[in-house]
Design a protein around this ligand. Structure first.
Ligand SMILES: [Zn+2]
Length: 375
């Protein structure tokens, strides 16, 4: 499943209607929870599926949207029951939600169609900007509202696999870093965009302001919203940038080698300031899913000593974090530290003795989406 996300422009009336539906969704979620709690308190059991079905029917929402909320509440409760039975005393009952916590309306099968325009029951035709073509069969639609009040349509699409023959372009190794996002073995450098740093700094200062506001105050609420907006900006800027960079890469190379654990290790090191993490996980994911249709192959290699090893004579040359140049005492190779690493990464992917043609084996990085939700 691939996700396509497009900006939509509902009219004032539609927007009002959609907001009402978010509100109805919140009510339904809370009603179902409340009912489950009282049923359990009075009868020592949870409501049956048919009670849930009857309640979702009268919610005022589209049947698909209502059903999905029902499923989610049910799933949440069963998860809680299962964990409790297994002895997990910390397992929490699904929580009641405020309107801030309900952000999307989910259509799991029907109730919508899209070609030039998006049609959604009961809102009607909503203008949509499809900046790329949908390849495959559309399965679900989520209408999402961001903190900035912008609306998006997200389609989950089942792709028709099109395996292209190799695009015949050169092979490349990539070393990922903090200041410079990527150093390529052919000496190309991909820098993080400057405005990203600006947005991230702004976010950091807003976060500091927030920490000084009194709990429960109106000012705190305002500051929190500003943080969420700034966060959204950072995430969007970075995602756009990564999309452009990765599309460019898969179209320019037939093989791209990356370190296997880079994103995991790095995000652990940077835990707590993940906003500064350069988004390696996302970068690797995007490369992996875009590669196939572009006739490119992505290979993840063993990351051990890629920085220390000499890419010419394979001698281990130890260096600390501040040493930016690789200088080999054995063979005399002098080269930028990251470039040397990129050469090693490429060699490991192509020589085969590391046995790592790990196409599709994507390392798990921190998901920004999840972080954004946590706010
Ligand atoms: Zn050497």
């Amino acid at each position: 499943m691939k996700c396509y996300r497009f900006r939509i422009y509902p009219s004032k009336t539609q927007e009002k209607q959609m907001n009402t539906h978010l509100w109805l969704a919140k009510n339904l979620w809370n009603d179902l929870l409340e009912h489950s709690k009282t049923t359990y308190q009075n009868f020592d059991k949870f409501p049956t599926k048919s009670t849930f079905a009857a309640m979702t029917k009268d919610s005022g929402l589209h049947s698909q949207v209502a059903q999905e909320i029902g499923f989610r509440v049910e799933k949440g409760i069963w998860r809680y029951v299962k964990l409790r039975k297994a002895g997990d005393r910390k397992a929490g009952f699904p929580r009641f939600r405020s309107i801030d916590r309900i952000k999307s309306l989910h259509y799991s099968q029907s109730g919508f169609s899209v070609d030039q325009k998006l049609k959604v029951t009961p809102f009607g035709e909503i203008p949509i900007v499809q900046h790329r073509q949908i390849n495959g069969k559309i399965k679900t639609l989520s209408l999402k509202k961001e903190t900035s009040d912008k609306w998006f349509a997200c389609f989950a699409v089942e792709e028709t696999p099109t395996i292209k023959a190799s695009n015949g372009k050169p092979k490349v190794g990539i070393d990922l870093g903090l200041k410079i996002l990527a150093t390529l073995s052919d000496e190309t450098i991909i820098k993080n965009p400057r405005h990203l740093k600006k947005h991230a700094d702004h976010l950091a200062s807003l976060q500091q302001l927030l920490s000084r506001k009194k709990k429960g105050s109106r000012n705190r609420w305002k500051a929190k919203r500003e943080v969420a907006l700034a966060y959204e900006k950072v995430v969007n800027t970075r995602t756009d940038f990564l999309h452009k960079a990765t599309t460019n890469l898969v179209n320019s190379y037939s093989l791209i080698a990356l370190e296997k654990l880079a994103s995991q290790e790095m995000s652990e090191q940077n835990f707590g300031k993940s906003i500064n993490d350069a988004g390696w996980g996302m970068f690797a994911n995007m490369l992996a899913y875009k590669a196939e249709s572009a006739g490119c192959q992505v290979v993840f290699v063993d990351p051990k000593n890629t920085t220390q090893e000499c890419s010419c004579c394979h001698q281990i040359v130890n260096k600390n974090l501040t040493e930016r140049t690789h200088e080999c005492p054995s063979c005399g190779l002098t080269m930028d530290r990251d470039l040397n690493a990129a050469h090693n990464i490429l060699a490991r992917a192509t020589q085969g003795h590391w046995g790592s043609n790990a196409f599709g084996d994507v390392p798990q990085g921190t998901s920004l989406k999840e972080e954004a939700h946590a706010l």
